[in-house]
Design a protein around this ligand. Structure first.
Ligand code: 16G
Ligand code: ZN
Length: 513
């Protein structure tokens, strides 16, 4: 068939280095950019197949998030803005690793297994971050898409944050119900909701509207600049690491701040001033401030989850009065998709990883109920106000995936409405001193875990050793798990003092080694 002829011709322009194998991991393919050209072309092919199969728009995002500038990566986005299914992750790996002369065979194998009608039109949105390699790598994706004859007229191609692409894909497939499928539509939806929320915060001073934002020298900085005019001075953003001089993710960004427990380079923090950092593709955010003694305080994903869930609980209490509301805590394995799926089980699911990736999900039923209540003529003023706040909060949240810009606006709005400073927020609870270490072992896969990665089932005896070490310290816990992104084992320990946490982490590392 003609379409396969074009695939086989174009694939020669994106040859696979012989013997190179890569896995579609936790966050797609990710490695040094120089190994990725053939992967990009093939993900263009796969996205096109996925689009034909689902009869929907599929997203392809070219980014390596918080990794160094020299790296790059790619992941596919499914119709509702979620990650692709495990089965299709398998196809991605299969296609990526096919040697040059068996590419067509593997492609046809997927078409057959999935019973894909190749005469269906296809629509693919391709997004890229600001890495130097993203320009040519995303062109390789487009080459893959066009060689399978997708109808490009519906498609999008350009610089976006990862969550903006998730948003646009979802909008496109829900025919505008979620919002308009453009970057402008994204800014409009979020800013309108933000302005509505902040109307409920009276007498805010310019100081309270001020936020220091570290853009990680990446796409988030660029998009923050674009969004600013939409916020009509209700936020005074002071942007640093805006990409004008520094290197992406170098000494800055959410991952750097979280791991180093320190401020990024190039940020002038006044005492008590609210600051936040995005990561390289703006799907993570962490907040922080320094106190009058010069001590650095991190407000990570756990603190963000607490702030947002206590705010929602307060509103729901005002709305539901007498009805029963249960707040439960659920732990999952590491990785956004595990958290996302768990959160989908609830009416309202607030999920955050400590690293700052997270969002809030509202079930269809919960959203419908809130919309109905907005129209309820029997509500008193307090209830009306609470329902309106809930409605705007839903509009401000990017439910497709964790989104630094959306999360930032939610946090700013919540702090404004509640009249809280960064210190007040920090005081909601106190973290136990903790330490994270990584240990290099010959084969990290010998460690197998259960109970949301909190207990080791192999190698034999490891968990017993950890248990007995933990018993030596007060208020202590410790977990080990193989990393999903690096060839290391991660060790976490907490205890009543920093000294104890450090010492426990060290002892557990020795037991792993
Ligand atoms: C990836 C995951 C993130 C997870 C991290 C853990 C996505 C989009 N991202 O970055 O959720 O926290 O891996 O990495 O799924 P680790 O296993 O190396 O600690
Ligand atoms: Zn990221």
């Amino acid at each position: 068939m003609a379409q396969f002829k074009e695939v086989s011709q174009k694939s020669k322009l994106h040859p696979k280095p012989e013997g190179l194998t890569l896995q579609y991991g936790t966050a797609g393919f990710r490695t040094h950019a120089k190994h990725l050209d053939h992967i990009m072309f093939r993900m263009g092919l796969l996205a096109t197949l996925r689009s034909k199969k689902t009869k929907s728009t599929i997203g392809v995002m070219v980014t390596a998030s918080h990794n160094p500038e020299e790296d790059n990566g790619v992941k596919l986005i499914d119709p509702m803005g979620e990650m692709v299914t495990a089965l299709w992750e398998g196809y991605a790996t299969q296609l990526a690793n096919a040697e040059q002369d068996s590419l067509l065979k593997e492609l046809k194998d997927i078409i057959e297994k999935e019973d894909i009608n190749m005469s269906e039109p296809a629509s693919v949105y391709v997004g890229k971050d600001t890495r130097p390699s993203s320009a040519s790598l995303s062109q390789a994706v487009l080459d893959g898409v066009s060689s399978l004859g997708a109808h490009l007229k519906l498609s999008y191609y350009g610089l976006v944050t990862t969550p903006q692409l998730h948003y646009m894909v979802c909008c496109c497939n829900t025919h505008g119900c979620y919002g308009s499928p453009t970057i402008e539509g994204y800014y409009q939806k979020l800013s309108q909701a933000f302005l509505q929320l902040t109307q409920n915060a009276l007498n805010r001073t310019d100081d309270q509207k001020r936020l220091l934002v570290d853009g990680a020298n990446g796409i988030g900085a660029l998009k923050m600049r674009e969004m600013e005019p939409f916020l009509r001075s209700e936020m005074q953003v002071v942007l640093s690491n805006d990409g004008s001089s520094g290197k992406l993710n170098h000494m800055c960004g959410a991952d750097y701040v979280k791991v180093q427990q320190n401020a990024p380079q190039g940020m002038n923090m006044g005492v008590g001033e609210r600051c936040c950092s995005f990561d390289g593709d703006a799907d993570r955010i962490v907040y922080y401030y320094t106190d009058s003694k010069g001590c650095f305080h991190l407000l990570d994903g756990d603190k963000i989850a607490t702030l947002i869930s206590t705010y929602l609980k307060e509103l729901l209490t005002q709305v539901l009065h007498h009805m029963l509301m249960a707040v439960t805590v659920c732990c999952t394995k590491t990785g956004v998709k595990h958290l996302h799926h768990a959160a989908q089980e609830y009416d309202i699911g607030v999920y955050f990883e400590a690293n700052g990736h997270g969002t809030v999900l509202f079930s269809k039923a919960a959203q419908k109920q809130i919309q109905d209540l907005v129209k309820d003529p029997n509500s008193n003023d307090e209830r009306k106000r609470a329902v309106k706040l809930l409605e705007s909060t839903i509009n401000l949240i990017n439910q497709t995936v964790g989104d630094a810009i959306s999360d930032m606006l939610v946090i700013e709005a919540v702090l404004a409405i509640r009249g809280m400073s960064a210190q007040d927020w920090d005081a909601i609870y106190t973290d136990l001193p903790n330490r994270q270490l990584k240990v290099t072992v010959s084969d990290r896969r010998v460690i197998d875990t259960t109970d949301a990665e909190r207990r080791a089932v192999s190698p034999e005896g490891l968990q017993d050793t950890i248990d007995s070490l933990v018993k030596k310290y007060k208020s202590a816990r410790s977990f080990v798990r193989p990393s999903g992104t690096e060839d290391v084992v991660r060790v976490y320990a907490e205890a009543d003092t920093q000294e104890s946490a450090d010492s426990l982490a060290h002892e557990v590392s020795l037991a792993v080694y």
